[in-house]
Design a protein around this ligand. Structure first.
Ligand code: HEC
Length: 161
């Protein structure tokens, strides 16, 4: 008799624990969901930079290359682009950058860097790349000046002096 009641108590207890655990899991989920939503809204309100569209004539290339801009572009590349782009023609997540300054205009490249959403929605060449890569390049919150420096770094990578 005694043993039976212990077993029953044990079963009931596990049952209750199970219910509590499920309850906790659910409420935990809700609160993390809420947490996940909150910063997202904040982030898009504060930090997402939708650069103004860069137009033909806004960008002037100089010769010889500007060493300071190359260094600035390289620093940004190391930090924010390297994980997806190689400097050779090898594709990682995105296309390799070798000869990118020969396939694209500086304005196109800079819009791709500062306005990637717009480019993927409206530009046929960007859309072709998306079809090949299957990943949308994320907006990296790069300023226009920084994007210009990246172009200088790409020109240098393509052998310009
Ligand atoms: C998470 C991966 C990822 C990161 C990080 C990333 N890109 Fe991209 N990039 C892509 C993909 C993927 C494409 C191809 C277009 C697409 O699918 O959205 C692309 C395309 C490009 C192109 C066009 C290349 C060509 O051959 O015409 C340029 C230029 C470019 N990215 C610049 C940058 C710069 C500059 C940075 C860093 C500030 C950067 N990307 C960071 C994934 C990335």
């Amino acid at each position: 008799m005694k043993r039976k009641s212990i077993i029953i108590t044990a079963i009931l207890f596990t049952g209750i624990l199970f219910v509590i655990a499920c309850g906790n899991e659910n409420s935990g989920k809700e609160s993390t969901d809420q947490k996940a939503d909150a910063p997202k809204e904040d982030a898009s309100a504060q930090t997402e930079v939708h650069g103004t569209q860069i137009k033909e004539g806004d960008v002037k290339l100089g010769n010889p290359l500007d060493k300071k801009m190359i260094a600035e572009g390289q620093a940004t590349y190391d930090m924010k682009c390297q994980s997806c782009h190689k400097l050779t023609d090898e594709k990682v997540v995105g296309p390799g950058w070798k000869d990118v300054t020969k396939r694209r205009t500086p304005v196109w490249i800079m819009n791709m860097i500062t306005n990637v959403e717009m480019m993927l929605e409206t530009d046929p060449e960007a859309q072709k790349l998306l079809e090949q890569c299957l990943v949308r390049m994320p907006n990296q919150n790069i300023s226009t000046e920084n994007a210009r420096a990246l172009v200088e770094f790409m020109r240098s990578n393509d052998g310009e002096k």
